[in-house]
Design a protein around this ligand. Structure first.
Ligand code: ADP
Ligand code: MG
Length: 347
């Protein structure tokens, strides 16, 4: 994607910093003043790479949406700075219309859509009328890209959640932003349609070089589609890296719980399984298994039906583990067992 003129200097006194990633934050804080001070983002450093999908994940209230607003320029950092292509991101004090011109934000909910207008008009209205032919062809192109061209003449109000989300993304993409920001974009999309939308976004990134930053609290969606994961905890970055690596080798127990609902054991609990360790360890649910043994020290505590798999809870009075079982044979609660752990990860 060509570097657009709006990727440059907004702030008169600013000097471009060389050799930074596309988006770069240094010592960035955001503090909300009310009855009490809330430090939503606390002195973080980060870099976002161009042409990739970066997911910001963390529990509710960890500062994800605040970080997205800092990147877009909707919030002024209380400490530090955010730069885009080496230039300071302008905020409300620098710019009349909030938000960086090279970026588009698709917010939670569909606040920006006109529910009673047609899909076509919602999307086309983002373009000027200087070239009507181009306006029509570009609108058609972006509707096709998001596979909603057959819905062009429908009112947005009559669409499903997933279709509305596709309209919102079309609207955001029609002016060729360099960065697409999305806050919990799949919340209102049925699980069955989520995979397709995620795949379509991945294809757009691969075909156009668009940079995507999306906020989520759902590991299954970000693990499937992101190139990088930025894990937020209480306003700080708990982890950053490749999703597969963070899944199998999380740097913190928080990341392990968030991404995989891993079993986190203290040394004395690990010892019950015969694992000697001086630190906490995590054991992925899929790395736990059992064999029936009427003399076994452990037993099946509970079995939860999860559709395509069972979540089996097992252990003894001092230890509880969760595991995933694809049931071939039926196992009963209270069956005596041996527990087998194929691998674990020390912190
Ligand atoms: P997340 O998106 O991860 O759920 P947020 O970034 O929305 O978290 O919020 C982080 C923290 O900042 C929370 O404690 C939240 O209550 C607080 N917060 C967010 N926005 C405001 C605001 N406008 N005024 C006061 N506190 C806020
Ligand atoms: Mg949020």
């Amino acid at each position: 994607m060509a570097q657009q003129s709006n990727s440059c200097q907004y702030i008169f006194s600013d000097v471009q910093k060389p050799d930074l990633p596309l988006i770069h934050g240094e010592n960035v804080s955001s503090i909300f003043e009310g009855n009490v001070l809330v430090t939503a983002v606390n002195q973080i450093n980060f870099g976002i790479e161009e042409g990739k999908i970066t997911a910001i994940i963390g529990e509710s209230g960890s500062g994800k949406s605040t970080l997205l607003k800092l990147i877009y320029g909707l919030l002024e950092p209380n400490t530090g700075e955010v730069r885009y292509r080496g230039w300071l991101v302008p905020t409300r004090k620098d710019k009349l219309i909030p938000g960086h011109d090279a970026m588009k934000l698709v917010s939670q909910g569909f606040d920006d859509l006109n529910l009673y207008a047609k899909v076509w008009d919602n999307v086309a209205s983002q373009l000027s009328n200087t070239n009507l032919e181009l306006k029509a062809s570009r609108t058609q192109e972006v509707l096709e890209q998001l596979r909603i061209d057959h819905l062009a003449q429908k009112r947005v109000a009559d669409l499903s959640g997933g279709e509305k989300q596709r309209v919102a993304i079309s609207r955001a993409l029609i002016n060729d932003p360099e960065v697409l920001l999305m806050d919990e974009p799949f919340n209102q999309v049925d699980a069955a349609f989520r995979d397709e939308l995620q795949q379509d976004i991945q294809n757009i990134v691969a075909n156009t070089g668009l940079t995507v930053i999306l906020v989520s609290h759902d590991p299954s969606e970000v693990l499937a589609m992101s190139d990088y994961l930025l894990v937020m905890k209480a306003g700080e970055i708990a982890d950053f890296g490749n999703p597969k690596e963070l899944y199998s080798k999380p740097n913190t127990p928080y990341t392990a719980r968030l991404l995989s609902k891993s079993n986190i054991l203290a040394p004395h609990e690990a010892k019950i399984l015969g694992i000697e360790t001086e630190t906490l360890i995590s054991i992925l649910q899929e790395n736990v298994s059992f064999e029936e043994n009427s003399e076994g020290f452990f037993w099946i505590k509970d079995i939860k039906f999860r559709g395509s798999y069972n979540e089996v809870i097992l252990g003894n009075e001092d230890l509880t583990l969760h595991m995933i079982q694809f049931p071939k044979s039926v196992i009963k609660k209270n069956t005596r067992i041996n527990i087998l752990v194929s691998s674990y990860h020390p912190f």
